[in-house]
Design a protein around this ligand. Structure first.
Ligand SMILES: *[C@@H]1O[C@H](CO)[C@@H](O)[C@H](O)[C@H]1NC(C)=O
Ligand SMILES: *[C@@H]1O[C@H](CO)[C@@H](O)[C@H](O)[C@H]1NC(C)=O
Ligand SMILES: *[C@@H]1O[C@H](CO)[C@@H](O)[C@H](O)[C@H]1NC(C)=O
Length: 384
């Protein structure tokens, strides 16, 4: 390297350093999966129902701990640093969760880890969690029972009709794509063995453990892509149906904050932080919208996996930048997904351009015709 080159390099390093130092965090949004739960349909072992005593699909005690520990990591990053007030100010931070017990419970456990205790009683501060009835919640609950938007899957899996494609394709995958290395595990237990693997109180046999560790999680990953229309099963309609509204909301919140520029009163009117508690299908699909699905390395998102959207304003230039981070579970670090491939972060215009492709203002219409027809016919038959 010639002396001139050295000078140029030094200058470049100093400039980038100076710009980065001027970037101030002004807004944070988190989209996160619930903590450990029992699988929806099966237990992995004869003893599982005792440990997972809340029942199928419900949060376990591990899940409560897991969500709380995830909350403590977010506290370190966003509360202990003074970004969010440890006393909990409702106008500063807002929580929203999909209306199933495991998700609402996780949101509760996470959120009460963030703040200080009450000074007299020493009790946790429990912020409210906003929600909406599951069937009307196109923001956070995936609508998997629509009949339209599945043509690619009906074709690829050679399904006889488009009723309950989610269920039919899982059956088909289980009978035709179940990994050879899992042959000693009944394929319908796929979700159960993955869910119960991290639970120290449950002793699964070696074939179950070996299957759950990797092959089953890859199998589940592919199924989640299929459900949300993401990754190798990219389907614009399903992807928008799963995260189109959420993408729009994340963008709208960023817009509102960015529009304040340097006006502190304006900034104070909008929450600085929003937490959206949701499901694996949604977290994975959203990572695809923001070009970071490869960070999951073909393995299903961990419990409490979170995507974080940080908005920075450069105090010298006034430009806004977005960083998208992944924290894939409570044992994982925050990792910058490198959106837009610049150190500064994604310039807000580049971020908008990316989000715009999938953002929708109204829920994607859902055609239930086939399912409804079948149900009516069934009812007619029963009447006769
Ligand atoms: C947090 O809010 C309390 C109550 O309004 C206030 O006394 C305190 O100074 C605030 N802390 C910070 C770090 O802003
Ligand atoms: C669709 O196909 C599945 C699988 O063969 C079958 O169980 C179901 O009854 C069919 N539904 C309709 C409405 O034809
Ligand atoms: C965000 O702002 C951009 C630029 O002003 C605008 O084109 C876009 O429609 C806005 N999006 C939302 C969801 O508010």
């Amino acid at each position: 390297m010639t002396p001139t080159h050295r000078w140029i390099l030094l200058l470049a390093v100093v400039c980038v350093g100076a710009t980065l130092a001027n970037n101030v965090l002004i807004h944070v949004q988190v989209v996160i999966r619930h903590g450990d739960r029992a699988a929806q349909d099966y237990f992995a072992t004869d003893d599982s129902a005792r440990v997972l005593f809340r029942g199928l699909g419900e949060l376990s005690d591990d899940g409560i701990d897991n969500a709380h520990k995830q909350g403590l990591d977010f506290k370190k990053k966003y509360v202990d640093t003074g970004f969010i007030n440890a006393s909990y100010i409702p106008s500063e931070i807002v929580f929203r969760a999909s209306a199933v017990p495991r998700v609402l419970m996780s949101a509760g456990s996470f959120s009460n880890a963030l703040f200080r205790k009450t000074p007299e009683g020493g009790y946790p501060i429990i912020p409210p969690i906003m929600t909406k009835e599951y069937k009307d919640d196109a923001l956070l609950a995936p609508a998997l029972d629509c009949e339209d938007g599945w043509d690619d899957i009906v074709d690829a899996m050679k399904l006889p009709n488009s009723t309950n494609v989610a269920g039919q394709s899982l059956n088909k995958m289980e009978s035709e794509m179940w990994p050879e290395s899992c042959k000693d595990v009944p394929s319908e237990k796929v979700d159960a063995i993955i869910a119960e693997l991290p639970n120290k109180a449950i002793k699964m046999s070696d074939p179950y453990v070996n299957c759950a560790k990797d092959p089953a999680r890859k199998f589940m990953y592919e199924y989640l892509e299929l459900l949300g229309g993401s990754g190798s099963h990219r389907n614009e309609m399903r992807l928008k149906r799963t995260v189109g509204l959420l993408t729009n909301e994340l963008l709208a919140n960023i817009n509102t904050t960015a529009a304040c520029k340097f006006d502190n009163d304006c900034l104070k009117k909008n929450p600085k932080m929003r937490v959206y508690y949701s499901h694996d299908v949604n977290v994975l699909a959203l990572s695809d919208v923001f070009d970071s699905i490869s960070k999951f390395e073909n393995v299903n998102p961990a419990f409490s996996s979170a995507l974080v959207f940080e908005l920075y304003r450069n105090s010298a230039t006034g430009y806004h930048y977005v960083h998208v981070l992944l924290k894939n579970g409570q044992d994982a670090e925050f990792v910058d997904t490198g959106l837009c491939e610049t150190k500064e972060g994604c310039h807000i215009d580049a971020f908008r351009a990316r989000a715009k492709k999938f953002a929708i203002q109204e829920p994607m219409p859902c055609d239930h015709t086939q399912a409804e027809k079948a149900k009516k016919e069934e009812e007619e038959k029963n009447k006769q």
